[in-house]
Design a protein around this ligand. Sequence first.
Ligand SMILES: [Zn+2]
Length: 396
Amino acid sequence: MTGAAVAALEVRRELGVYDCGQPGPTLLVLAGIHGNEPAGVHAVRAVLRRLQELELPLRGRLVALAGNLPALASGKRFLARDLNRGWSEPALAALAARDPEAPGADPEDREQRQLLHRFEQVLRTASGPVAFVDLHTSSADGPPFLCLADTIDNRRLGLSTGVPILLGIEETIDGASLEWFAKCGVLAMAVEGGRHEHPATVGNHEAVLWLVLEHLRMLPSGSVDSEAQRRHLAAAVGATPPIVEIVRRHAITEADAFRMRPGFTNFAPVVKGAVLAEDRNGPIRAPHDCLVMLPLYQRLGDDGFFLARPVRRFWLHVASGLRRLGLPALVSWLPGVRRDPDDPLTILVDPRVARWFVTEVFHLLGFRKERRRGALLAFSRRWSRPENARLGRGGW
Ligand SMILES: [Zn+2]
């Protein structure tokens, strides 16, 4: 596996909309934000085709968009910069200040502006809850998995598919599109369907999309053969732990001359001291027993690999219990913790004072770690659009 281009795919931004005029949720699917990941485009097209063929009476609407069009057309992850970065507020402000038509402008600037415009339009015109599903594939082999911000709604959505969930990736990579949607209070998850060219990958994506439509109650019960979709995914998932969390990201630059050791798959268990990769400083070893995630076997990208560990379901129950009790509202009473005066959803923590309740505790309470702000750590609440509350009640 090298940085060579995968099959090029000429597509338009609008992959399709399926809308029978019935009120309900909006499912927004983005495929190919990385241009060497065309499997998602094929999958969402297959789902749209089937909806049309069977004339299924969808509640709400399915909107499918293609991500990085010029990168898809050349079969490369991106042309000038990774389009799945740069969705943080400061990065979007900088984007707005640049002229996408200026000579030498990144081709991704124009792509991102168009996508942002469509995202905003979809949110503005939504009459019910909105879910965003971002379809990806990876350069390593391994089972499919989901990446999501750990809100209760997101977790329910993810668990409904039976595909393993990887938590915490949005805290380690800066400004993925998932983060933008999470900040808008939208249900949001990324699906890693499998290796780019693996024959099962498109089917994995399709199965997840059908199960999401079912979970959102957008189709009448029985119209999706959900048992077959579940069986398909269960076979692909095998014995993978149901929920893992990222504990470390190994960031790289071109100057590092990073080379992943061959043979790692997603969820590959490694023991402390195992050599994972090499760079110009020598071997890179696992700091503890853990699982390897997203090892880089392609030329483009600034994530060398991630390390993860399984999360026991017990802690997830504790977390939702704490949130139901309203404890997150009380954290600003703790020493060394105060609310950000400019943003009620963010709290600032002085790590010198609040040494004993660290990142893990804030995670349990539903906070997401932001960047450092000087000597302080900033944590933000994950929140939901009020419309999302209608999802669990079967109002659709
Ligand atoms: Zn991707």
